[in-house]
Design a protein around this ligand. Structure first.
Ligand SMILES: [Zn+2]
Length: 297
């Protein structure tokens, strides 16, 4: 869709962002931490066998080069596997290499550009989408959805044809709720209704859905009864957006107890800053982070 009201570059998002001073401070801190890793040779830890889930929301044209550089860098020490394979390897205790499984939330149209880059590296991605925004063409509705649900300027969303194309390219589709409400602000009944609505539509359009990513991603944005409901509906996994990666080594895991973590990537970020988050994740690698956090239990 070509519409000047919809943004089509990451530069436009940065331009509209508040807190430029805070961003500059954050960047300086990350520069220092990256320097420390360089001096200590910490990058070696990235060769540690583990399952690392990485996700992004968007890859705009002006982020593409950086995204390809990141893929190139990660492909040297990691094996890219599908979301389903990553979950299966973790549950069956087959985490024998450094694995990365990609996913993306919100179904933004430039996911097609991301897929093109991922395809070059044979990397399968799980696209977590909201049926309420897929195929939206009404600019007022797009503006409303982006402002109210995604807290970002208006962007184009994938069409159902594009979703199908992603599947044909070997990517997976996951449930990200029907209309991107915050689960912790819904009653259990409202959540169940929304979840089943999304599941029914996605199953009709894409076939059986096995993975769920709840919206907003912090632990406090989700609830234990909602987690139980998802898993009781035959799903294989439920994923947050809290940083951290996974290791097993203690045998089979019960999927109904496993709660996944992911690291967000903004391709525009400096590569050394992304490395910092990955290194930190490995340094804090702990068997217990495979499970529901205490705050949700
Ligand atoms: Zn989302």
């Amino acid at each position: 869709m070509k519409d000047t009201i919809l943004i089509d570059s990451y530069a436009q998002i940065k331009h509209n962002q508040n807190g430029k001073f805070r961003a500059a401070v954050r960047s300086s801190v990350l520069d220092l931490l990256s320097l420390k890793h360089k001096i200590l040779g910490d990058e070696e830890v990235l060769k540690t066998p583990r399952i690392q889930f990485l996700y992004f929301h968007h890859i705009f044209q002006d982020e593409l080069k950086n995204f390809e550089n990141l893929l190139e860098y990660l492909s040297k020490d990691h094996v890219f596997i599908s979301h389903s394979e990553a979950v299966d390897r973790l549950l069956t205790d087959r985490v024998d290499k450094p694995y990365i499984a990609w996913s993306s939330d919100d179904g933004i149209q430039n996911n097609m550009l991301a897929a093109k880059a991922l395809n070059k590296y044979g990397a399968s991605c799980c696209f977590y989408i909201n049926p309420a925004s897929i195929g939206l063409t009404d600019v007022e509705k797009i503006k409303h959805f982006c402002r109210e649900k995604l807290e970002m300027p208006p962007v184009a969303f994938l069409s159902w044809n594009e979703v199908e194309l992603l599947q044909r390219q070997g990517h997976e589709i996951g449930n990200h709720t029907f209309k991107h409400d915050m689960v912790s602000q819904l009653t259990q009944e409202q959540f169940e209704e929304d979840f089943l609505k999304a599941d029914t539509i996605l199953t009709q359009k894409c076939g059986p859905i096995k993975h769920f990513a709840y919206t907003y991603g912090r632990f406090e944005n989700f609830t234990k009864p909602a987690f139980k409901f998802v898993m009781n509906n035959g799903y294989q996994s439920c994923i947050s957006a809290s940083r951290g990666c996974h290791i097993n080594g203690k045998g089979m895991l019960n999927k109904n107890k496993v709660f996944l973590r992911r690291d967000q990537i903004i391709a525009d970020w400096n590569l050394s800053h992304i490395k910092h988050f990955l290194i930190k994740g490995v340094q804090e690698l702990d068997y217990n982070t495979n499970f529901l956090p205490k705050s949700l239990d």
